[in-house]
Write a protein that binds this ligand. Structure first.
Ligand SMILES: [Zn+2]
Length: 234
């Protein structure tokens, strides 16, 4: 009887230890798997959007004072870059818009981490600007800020201007202007072929395969001209 009790106790102990070992292995294995998430396009180069589709209008607002900080954050003449396959997604969206008498205008693409940090410190609201410490998809070359223009590249009515961080900037327009609603729908349908939208910013689009990229390793030469620290204050 006593031997039986001891055996049961021992069996339980063995079960607990085994369960703990299996659980630990599972946690370790999961962590390793996350850390080693394959990024098949990690080394894909950045390309100039204009070189892939010269018809896409580029107005890089962070190379001008016409942004939320009222000062340029990129050097003059900075090109608008994205990963090569992200540029192909833009090209397809542009192709769709062209057939409808519209086109794309890009406000921002690849953003150096140093500028992302400066913007985050300036806005300090994760709803609008991603914390670079947690990863920001503009710094991966996998996100763009885009709006709609007509066939001649002229602005058309949209919910807000760029970097207008308000409820009106949400991707689900609930205003009363039917032209704005239609224009936003046209942009979102075309961009929806290759990108996800973002709740708080109607102009922000993320490549659907964003997980494939990761941080940009070969940074462009102009990025080195940005003298740290970049700091913008109100
Ligand atoms: Zn954005």
């Amino acid at each position: 009887m006593l031997n039986d009790k001891c055996r049961v106790k021992n069996d339980r102990r063995i079960f607990c230890v085994t369960t703990r070992l299996v659980f630990s292995f599972f946690i370790l294995h999961s962590s390793c798997r996350l850390a080693a998430t394959p990024r098949p396009l990690a080394n894909e180069p950045l390309v100039d959007i204009k070189s892939v589709d010269p018809g896409i209008v580029v107005d890089l607002r962070y190379a001008t004072p016409r942004n939320v900080t009222d000062r340029p954050l990129y050097p003059p003449g900075t090109p608008c870059l994205v990963r090569a396959s992200v540029a192909q997604r833009l090209r397809f969206a542009q192709f769709i818009l062209r057939k409808q008498g519209f086109g794309l205008k890009i406000w921002d693409g690849y953003r150096p981490a140093i500028v992302q940090r400066a913007l985050f410190d300036f806005i300090h609201n994760r709803e609008f600007i991603a914390d670079p410490a947690r990863g920001a998809l503009h710094t991966w070359g996998a996100a763009v800020d885009a709006t709609l223009v007509d066939a001649r590249g002229r602005d058309v009515p949209m919910p807000t201007d760029f970097d207008e961080f308000s409820k009106t900037a949400r991707m689900h327009y609930d205003g009363t202007d039917s032209i704005v609603a239609k224009n936003l729908d046209t942009l979102q349908r075309a961009m929806g072929t290759g990108f996800y939208g973002m709740h708080g910013e109607w102009w922000h689009f993320i490549a659907k395969n964003w997980r494939d990229y990761g941080v940009v390793r070969a940074v462009p030469a102009w990025e080195l001209k940005i003298q740290p620290p970049v700091s913008v204050t109100r």
